[in-house]
Design a protein around this ligand. Structure first.
Ligand code: AMP
Length: 401
């Protein structure tokens, strides 16, 4: 790896500007899910242990460069203090120059939390002046917000140009897992790609057919492939305009030696509703009023066989409408199978994306995958083989600290 870690930087007695992602969901001012806070706690503790003084910076929601009191990070202070088992002092002044007096008065063994970065228009614009104001608050920079790494913002890209920087523990873990899965994977490497539409995942499909040995396609996107092959998909969700694109992806897969699995049998129903009557039919055999809502049992077995031979799996998107039983069956069954192989040491498995995390949680296998990424956009862009600006910025830092 070409970026520095926390152990490489001199941080004793230094103010460590630490970009975290504690953009937690709020429900009437209360934290609905504190996972993101729990995940950055080890990095903050490590900085303290090594004698550094963490100055935490994050965004919360989308205030769009304006002060929105409901999106103040003051809402997370208590939960954050509990997670790191150490008091956290909130800096009420806006991030940047205004926060300097609070930072100057910072004692040893102190954690500061700056106000929502996105209250400042310079953050999302990656304004160099704002980046300089932030950088002036610290002696060095630690980025532990992989989930924002696909955005070139002042706190993710501007600051590391100005001060010595390193990756935090969470960032390191995430980058290492993705590197094992995609840069030097043990083969066969298999992708599971599902979800609603291919239009939102064209770059992903294009990149994955080039890299993987097999690809299991599910969800509404499988319907678009089936329809392109002339299979009747009835009232199913599919994208008729993308037939040619789907065929081009299949042709590319053929040329690249990637075996594509599409469902040969499917679970159909009149609508995606709990308790609705459903049945399994050969793909193409549904009646006009029916919708394809999940992989059938034969297809699920085929998918199991593919995963059964894999050494590495990357997974994004559900195989069916997993929010509504029984259309969650194939996603849960395949996830459990991959988890079992992972636990047996036979498979390295990486999954990510909002719905995928929810689906794997529903299957109660989140802990059994080798790595589960909560970073939606950044995870997808990495899978697509794109350079993430904030990761790049860590690699090209000015000097060793
Ligand atoms: P995405 O955000 O693209 O990963 O899509 C996830 C969504 O795809 C979930 O809300 C699923 O319910 C939906 N989905 C999966 N399979 C189907 C299907 N066969 N028909 C309609 N929606 C589906």
């Amino acid at each position: 790896m070409t970026w520095q870690t926390l152990d490489d930087l001199q941080i004793r007695g230094r103010r460590v500007l630490t970009r975290v992602d504690i953009n937690v969901p709020l429900d009437r001012g209360r934290i609905a899910d504190s996972t993101r806070i729990q995940r950055v706690a080890p990095t903050i503790r490590r900085i303290l242990e090594r004698g550094g003084r963490p100055i935490l910076m994050s965004h919360l929601g989308r205030p769009g460069g304006r002060i929105v009191p409901d999106l103040s990070l003051v809402a997370v202070v208590d939960t954050l203090s509990d997670a790191v088992n150490h008091p956290v002092t909130f800096v009420q002044e806006l991030p940047g120059r205004a926060a300097a007096p609070a930072v100057d008065g910072m004692g040893e063994d102190t954690i500061l939390l700056l106000e929502n970065l996105r209250f400042m228009p310079g953050e999302e614009k990656n304004d160099p002046n704002f980046a300089a104001e932030l950088a002036a608050l610290g002696d060095c920079f630690c980025n532990d917000a992989f989930s924002t790494a696909h955005r070139a913002h002042a706190s993710t890209v501007g600051v590391p140009r100005l001060v010595p920087s390193c990756a935090g523990l969470l960032m390191q873990t995430e980058l290492a897992a993705l590197e094992i899965a995609l840069t030097a994977p043990e083969r066969p490497l298999v992708a599971v790609v599902g979800g609603a539409k291919i239009s939102s995942k064209l770059d992903l499909l294009d990149a994955l057919v080039r890299k993987t040995d097999a690809m299991i396609i599910g969800g509404g996107m499988a319907n678009t492939f089936l329809a392109a092959q002339g299979v009747n998909v009835g009232r199913s969700l599919y994208e008729p305009d993308l037939g040619k694109t789907a065929l081009a992806i299949l042709a590319l897969a053929g040329a690249e030696g990637c075996t594509v699995l599409l469902p040969s049998d499917v679970v159909v129903a009149s609508e995606p509703r709990e308790g609705v009557a459903s049945r399994t039919v050969r793909a193409g055999q549904s009646v006009p009023g029916e919708m394809i809502l999940d992989y059938g049992s034969d297809s699920l077995n085929q998918a199991r066989r593919v995963i059964g031979q894999a050494r590495t799996v990357v997974w994004n998107g559900p195989l069916g409408v997993f929010e509504i039983p029984p259309f969650d069956h194939a996603t849960i069954a395949l996830a459990r199978f991959a988890a079992k192989r992972t636990m047996a040491g036979d498979l390295f498995s990486v999954a990510g994306g909002g719905d995928t995390v929810a689906a794997l949680n529903a299957a109660q296998v989140a802990e059994s995958f080798s790595y589960l990424s909560t970073a939606g956009g950044a995870f997808l862009q990495w899978l697509e083989g794109r350079t993430l600006p904030a990761v790049q910025a860590l690699k090209t830092q000015p000097a060793k600290g």
